[in-house]
Design a protein around this ligand. Structure first.
Ligand SMILES: CC(C)(COP(=O)(O)OP(=O)(O)OC[C@H]1O[C@@H](n2cnc3c(N)ncnc32)[C@H](O)[C@@H]1OP(=O)(O)O)[C@@H](O)C(=O)NCCC(=O)NCCS
Length: 87
């Protein structure tokens, strides 16, 4: 899964969490067993959002992305159908 809200004015207002939960509800109700994603380790807001949606950290690819002149780790996160809480 990948997501990006293009307009900075709409970041951190809960829209990402709401959109992801809708996608997950659709995915799991249509038979998917797991959903996974990767995120830069510096992206604290995205990681907080993914955790809120139920994703768990499953791994870390060390210095896998060259961003802004420096190497950064990529975090791999995943969520299983039985772990999803639609609220
Ligand atoms: C990642 C993204 C989709 C999340 O959507 P969002 O609407 O911004 O996130 P939400 O408001 O639903 O949730 C963000 C959470 O992080 C927290 N947060 C906000 N800024 C933060 C920061 N700088 N550091 C840590 N946590 C932060 C918020 O408090 C919120 O948690 P809470 O509801 O428990 O308080 C969105 O921020 C985005 O599109 N970012 C730019 C592109 C991007 O990074 N895409 C992901 C690539 S993997």
């Amino acid at each position: 899964m990948a997501i990006g809200i293009d307009d900075q004015a709409y970041l951190g207002k809960g829209y990402g969490t709401e959109a992801i939960r809708l996608v997950l509800g659709y995915a799991f109700s249509h038979g998917l067993h797991r959903v996974s994603l990767r995120v830069l380790s510096s992206n604290s807001r995205a990681i907080a959002c993914y955790r809120k949606c139920g994703f768990a950290e499953e791994g870390r690819e060390r210095e896998a992305a060259f961003v802004g002149g420096a190497w950064q780790d990529d975090i791999i996160m995943g969520l299983l159908d039985r772990e999803f809480d639609p609220l």
